[in-house]
Design a protein around this ligand. Structure first.
Ligand SMILES: Cc1cc2nc3c(=O)[nH]c(=O)nc-3n(C[C@H](O)[C@H](O)[C@H](O)COP(=O)(O)O)c2cc1C
Length: 264
């Protein structure tokens, strides 16, 4: 099995059912970030090894709890004990492998390419109607119907992010073609009542600010988050929905537009 400390910020287990070896693959990344990543899973031992507790390996394995995997894993740890790779605290010594730098994609190329992806636009809100915060986001995605999960990717520099994380709740208000004033106010006004202007905000089931005229509203409790590059993925479990029928707002090629024409 192999633990991958990615340069995206995520730590994942690769080849979880391969019990013949254990190593840690590390993507090139700034030293301070790497030190923090390693501290999440264990501790460094020289340049070539990391000590990692079996419990951390279990936590990272997508197969933990499966009887076949558990037996193979226990046998691997027993073998490591006999070989002298496990210290008094029970932590296993894992060899570090450095990955090659991935082929670089220029950020301008990234933006030019992603502008081709048409997306709906949401006002993602948190706080309460009296003390609201939020951002405009086109990255709201459907994840799962059972349980009902959606995701949104929020820039780590967004002024709304600390309040969303502290609150543990957000509402995704899907904007319609009549909501260009909301996008303008969210992009130009500071957090609080000025950003929310005089649009038809009201209290939702979780006391979040929800837009009465939104095409759809999804009020969510955050179930997990992950830092990925410059953004934080927030996964929310939907606890309340509302929908309306009219034309959506669509973000395409750097511009918010109306949806025109017939079905493709
Ligand atoms: C159409 C549109 C879509 C956007 N989508 C996102 C998004 O998905 N995630 C994000 O973090 N910011 C997104 N932004 C940028 C944020 O709305 C905003 O610029 C950012 O939160 C920083 O500003 P603030 O701190 O004043 O909120 C989008 C902006 C626009 C106009």
């Amino acid at each position: 099995m192999r633990i991958h400390i990615t340069d995206a910020g995520a730590i994942t287990m690769l080849e979880p059912a391969n019990f013949r070896g254990l190593d840690i693959l590390i993507d090139p990344q700034p030293e301070d970030r790497l030190t923090r990543q390693i501290a999440r899973i264990g501790r460094r031992e020289g340049d070539g090894h990391i000590r990692i507790a079996p419990g951390v390996l279990r936590f990272l394995s997508p197969l933990a709890g499966d009887p076949g995997w558990d037996a193979g894993f226990d046998a691997m740890i027993a073998h490591a004990v006999r070989a002298g790779w496990v210290d008094d605290a029970g932590a296993v010594r894992a060899h570090v492998t450095w990955s090659d730098p991935p082929a670089a994609i220029d950020p301008d190329d990234f933006r030019r390419t992603l502008r081709r992806l048409a997306a709906g636009v949401c006002a993602v809100t948190t706080g309460t109607p009296a003390n609201p915060a939020g951002l405009v986001a086109s990255s709201v995605v459907s994840i799962s119907a059972e349980p009902p999960l959606i995701g949104v990717f929020v820039n780590g520099a967004s002024s709304a992010l600390p309040m969303i994380l502290q609150n543990g709740l957000f509402a995704a208000n899907v904007l319609g073609c009549r909501h260009s004033d909301i996008v303008r106010d969210f992009m130009t006004q500071p957090q609080g009542s000025r950003r929310f202007g005089d649009a038809d905000w009201q209290a939702g089931a979780l006391d979040l600010p929800v837009l009465a005229s939104a095409l759809a509203v999804m009020e969510c409790r955050i179930v997990t988050t992950e830092t990925l590059g410059t953004h934080r993925l927030l996964v929310g479990r939907i606890v309340q929905t509302a929908t309306r029928e009219y034309q959506p707002m669509v973000h395409f090629n750097g511009v918010t537009r109306r949806l025109e024409g017939e079905a493709a």
